[in-house]
Design a protein around this ligand. Sequence first.
Ligand SMILES: [Zn+2]
Ligand SMILES: [Zn+2]
Length: 97
Amino acid sequence: MIPKTIMVKLSGKKLKELNDRIAERENNLCALCGAYVDKGMKAHHEPQGALKSDEESKMILLCLMCHYKRHNTSAGEEIKAKCKEYLSNLEEGVQNE
Ligand SMILES: [Zn+2]
Ligand SMILES: [Zn+2]
């Protein structure tokens, strides 16, 4: 059976709290290159588009540079793959608890 995908859409305080949790999870470091990420920075959503969802398991903390590359350069696909890999590893960790 294919699980039904429910998209989560948060706003205001809840969204801020979620972003704070992601930053905390990553110790304020970019998940890809390890650069320090300033507090208050919004986490990146992976996947993007129609599957975009405000959930911890679908968000990743990226520094300005990695985030910019993901959205605006030809390296975007590579970054996307790394984000997906990172998040799937994270998910496995949660399931093993
Ligand atoms: Zn980075
Ligand atoms: Zn993004």
